[in-house]
Design a binder for this molecule. Structure first.
Ligand SMILES: [Zn+2]
Length: 283
């Protein structure tokens, strides 16, 4: 089994989105009043070459996102910027890796935000799995008002519902196996969106957490810092704590979508907390 990190362009957001400020409605408003942008952050998607077939986790950005400055939605128009070339979309990049999109058996979406479902058009022949609750939240005009882009989904988009059962996986209360072997598992990581999921890949003794937007980087997860868009701070914080405790219980590599270190961390298998453990020895 091999996991590929596929960077599908970059994104810039407000610092108040990365690290929430204040509480409740004021926290979400803070994104609009914040004058500070992040650096250009990567948007990763993942391809798992598995003996049971290739599994793609999230599909990254698409070039249609370059049109967001023309959007009527205030968030899309003013609070996010994208960079992406056509050849940086996931389809051409898989092709370069020798993976035809027809070889992709399953596509799992952590959630349906536009920088995660932006490459869906490359997978008309794959089984696509999305949490039912997330699909409901993102669909129709209500979804568009929430900032989703259901109008950009391919016309054939009709994902299979990913309904996690109350079967615990480690500390995660709900899970769903994605392979017969049980080495790729979806777990509920609610917070960033109410039905957000993460995908755990067990390889040798190490668990790779394809974490979507549970946090924008590892330090924020370890610090229990909730982002500025989560609708429920308590639930988000509980998810971050669960991941942190999980990572203490076994060798874990944490791979959020927009963490600039995720690509290197995957290749070097840098475990959660490893830098922190090395630092005192170096001093
Ligand atoms: Zn998101």
């Amino acid at each position: 089994m091999h996991i590929h990190a596929i960077q599908t362009g970059t994104v810039k957001i407000k610092t108040a989105q990365v690290e929430g400020r204040g509480h409740g409605f004021r926290r979400q408003l803070a994104i609009y009043t914040d004058g500070n942008w992040t650096e250009w952050l990567p948007t990763y998607a993942w391809a798992i070459e598995h003996p049971e077939g290739v599994i793609v986790v999230d599909t990254g950005q698409g070039v249609h996102l370059l049109e967001t400055p023309k959007s009527y939605h205030p968030f899309l128009r003013w609070e996010v910027m994208f960079r992406i070339e056509k050849e940086e979309e996931i389809g051409p990049q898989l092709h370069t890796l020798g993976i035809g999109t027809r070889d992709v058996k399953k596509v799992i979406l952590t959630h349906l935000h536009m920088d995660h479902d932006g490459g869906l058009a490359h997978f008309p022949n794959s089984e696509i799995l999305v949490s039912s609750g997330e699909l409901r939240t993102a669909s129709g005009w209500a979804g568009r008002i929430r900032g989703y882009l259901p109008n950009r989904w391919p016309s054939w988009f009709d994902p299979a519902p990913l309904n996690l059962t109350a079967e615990p996986f480690g500390l995660f209360a709900c899970s769903q196996r994605l392979t017969q072997a049980g080495d790729v598992v979806a777990v509920a990581t609610p917070g960033h969106t109410a039905n957000h999921i993460s995908v755990l890949v067990q390889k040798d003794d190490t668990t790779f957490v394809l974490a979507g937007d549970t946090s924008y980087n590892e330090a924020l997860m370890l610090g229990g810092t909730v982002d500025g868009v989560s609708s429920n701070e308590r639930i988000s914080k509980a998810t971050l704590d669960t991941i942190k405790i999980f990572a203490r219980s076994r060798p874990t590599v944490y791979l959020p979508t927009h963490d600039p270190l995720s690509g290197n961390r995957l290749v070097s298998r840098r475990l959660v907390g490893m830098a922190e453990r090395i630092a005192p020895q170096a001093a």
